[in-house]
Ligand binder design. Structure first.
Ligand code: FAD
Ligand code: NAP
Length: 548
């Protein structure tokens, strides 16, 4: 093993260990190499892609348009890659990730099928000791935890879950090669974005599909289509400019908004705007007016419009009623579909309401609700994730004085800029809690964070600094700031995974920064002012022994 040196002459196995080979980890590795730094990346899966490696369920695809949901850091890459559809499928995005890995020769520094179990900070040496499930131990000056926000699968704690005798699947850990549901009675638990994509396709194949729904979701149409070569050319001719424009939109997604309040226009104009947004399709339905996510009254107009669409799409009024949400639209992640509501008009699909009467238990060949048994051969868990913090708290991460991240976040996560945690020096969390992450086009947020980390490491190198850490004061102020912004929105008005409400015992805390451009501006200001809120130090030691 080659030893590398910190500023003070201390030698480490690597300058940086990166964990996770999704889009964040891959671009981090590439950017560190550009700096001449030596990095080792560990990935639990067998290949790159992260989300798009694991989520192989039927219908999986992104709901940010392909031309925007992709790396912007290399013009050659964005010019050469040809997306096929408006919204790319999971196989296409995985192929793109694999192409990036090959193109930038990333695999030589990635160890696949290797989970990092623990990482602890050595205060004397100023480095992280990292241990994998393969028994490998290495140290590195910097630890970049690109673990993803939606990578820790959640299985609900339902009695008898292990008793089920048929095959079970989680959407976020789908078997390679696909599943044949022909002639099978399938049960699916959950009606979030994953289920909404999978249900129409499973229903079209299975003998019968039973959908167990606890909370209905708002769903807008995708209107997916092949990409028009003329449109592709128009963007590619000015891709860099287009990317810059996209970064100025609230969610980092191009949006033809009216920039008007939903309440300042006539009923006719409002309806015409919603109809237009529905015709175009996609997440930016929520951006049609500038106050849908911040004014409950404006929000109700959008919510009622979608409920009308549900009533129009679903034949049976009772089923339509069950499928109609009653919380603020956008409070839980808006879903984007192809034929979801219409699927409930099929004779081989039943909807079982488990809101007031939860699933009692799972038996060897069925699911029991309110005393009735629903026979199923296969059971799909579309039950989501221990989001944002789960991938971090599932690892044993110890900062200064042996403090664990689990203990530190026992009342909810906190991180300065959503990126660095007081008491955990030289540790960086791309798209971490308190950054726009899941309320944004994640590619935009990933590249912004990766760029910030890169610049910070250059600054440390140039200024002869070994250790950087968020100050507790800056961290606390940031938490309040994120909370103040959230209080002006509808996001705290329902129980969502954004707040940790889907995981029993998890503290309820909404730690997502609302707004890509203001967030980026705050990071730019921190950087321009010499990294305010971060304390930097040099390790005092004469230790120079080679650790190889
Ligand atoms: P991930 O892609 O989650 O990668 C993290 C990697 O870390 C994983 O491969 C995991 O195996 C690995 N890992 C975690 N813990 C360890 C450990 N201890 N040791 C070793 N390896 C570890 N975002 C959008 O902006 N638009 C979309 O349309 C969109 N669609 C989505 C659809 C689905 C089904 C899901 C689940 C998410 C979607 N997202 C979307 C969010 C998506 O997660 C991000 O867009 C992006 O892919 C995240 O990249 P990442 O590198 O941060 O994390
Ligand atoms: P999710 O949104 O958390 O949905 C999980 C579903 O399981 C919810 O309907 C939840 O009900 C239900 N559930 C959980 N435990 C249950 C129980 N014990 N009994 C009954 N129902 C239970 O998870 P997801 O669908 O995997 O999506 C997660 C996120 O990934 C999305 O919000 C989105 O950010 C991303 N994603 C994006 C796309 C895309 O289109 N690009 C596709 C998939 C995923 P409650 O609501 O009542 O908790």
């Amino acid at each position: 093993m080659v030893a590398v040196s910190s500023q003070s002459g201390v030698k480490f196995d690597f300058d940086a260990v990166i964990v996770g080979a999704g889009f964040a980890g891959m671009s981090m590795l590439h950017r560190l190499r550009e700096l001449g730094m030596r990095a080792q990346l560990y990935e639990a899966g067998s290949d790159v892609g992260g989300t798009w490696y694991w989520n192989r369920y039927p219908g999986a695809r992104c709901d940010v348009v392909s031309m925007e949901y992709s790396y912007a850091f290399s013009d050659e890459l964005q010019q050469e890659w040809e997306w096929e559809e408006k919204y790319a499928t999971q196989p296409e995005i995985l192929k793109y990730a694999q192409h990036c890995a090959d193109r930038f020769d990333l695999r030589r520094d990635i160890k696949f099928d290797t989970r990092v179990d623990s990482a602890s900070f050595d205060e004397t040496m100023g480095c992280w000791e990292v241990e994998t499930d393969k028994g490998e131990r290495v140290n590195a000056q910097h630890l970049i935890l690109a673990l993803g926000t939606l990578s820790a699968t959640n299985y609900p704690d339902i009695e008898g879950r292990d008793m089920f005798e048929g095959p079970t699947y989680h959407t976020g850990a789908w078997p390679h090669g696909g599943i044949d549901f022909k002639n099978r009675r399938v049960g699916i638990i959950g009606t979030g974005s994953s289920a909404i994509q999978a249900i129409p396709l499973i229903a079209s194949e299975a003998q019968h599909l039973t959908v167990f729904q606890r909370t209905p979701n708002y769903v807008v149409p995708a209107h997916n289509e092949p990409l028009d070569p003329v449109q592709i050319r128009a963007i590619k001719d000015r891709y860099a400019e287009f990317r810059n424009e996209v970064r100025q939109y609230h969610f980092g997604i191009f949006n033809e908004a009216t920039n008007k309040s939903a309440l300042e226009v006539s009923d006719e104009e409002r309806r015409a705007c919603y109809e237009e947004a529905w015709r175009v399709g996609g997440l930016m339905f929520l951006g049609k007016f500038n106050d849908i996510l911040v004014n409950p009254e404006a929000n109700r107009t959008a919510a009622e419009f979608i409920r009308e669409k549900i009533r129009a799409a679903v034949d049976d009024p009772q089923t339509a009623q069950l499928l109609s949400p009653d919380f603020a639209v956008g409070c839980k992640r808006l879903c984007v579909d192809t034929g979801y509501y219409e699927t409930f008009n099929r004779s081989n699909v039943s909807l079982v309401d488990v809101s007031s009467s939860p699933i009692e238990r799972i038996m060897k060949n069925g699911v029991v609700v309110n005393g009735a048994t629903y026979a199923v051969d296969d059971l799909v868990f579309a039950t989501g994730y221990d989001a944002i913090t789960g991938p971090l708290t599932r690892m044993d991460i110890r900062g200064t004085q042996g403090q664990t991240i689990r203990k530190k976040w026992s009342n909810g996560p906190q991180a300065y800029l959503g990126l660095m945690v007081a008491g955990f020096p030289n540790m960086y969390l791309p798209t971490g809690p308190g950054s726009p992450s899941v309320l944004s086009n994640m590619h935009v947020s990933i590249e912004q964070h990766v760029g910030f980390i890169r610049d910070l490491l250059v600054h440390m190198r140039d200024s002869g600094t070994d250790v950087v850490e968020a100050t507790p004061e800056a961290e606390a102020a940031w938490l309040n700031h994120v909370d103040d912004i959230a209080n002006q929105t509808v996001y705290k008005s329902c129980n969502s995974w954004y707040r940790g409400a889907n995981i029993s015992g998890k503290p309820l805390r909404f730690t997502v920064y609302f707004g890509v451009p203001p967030y980026a501006a705050e990071c730019d200001e921190v950087r321009a002012n010499g990294y305010t809120g971060l304390a930097m130090n040099t390790i005092q030691t004469n230790w120079t022994e080679d650790v190889s």
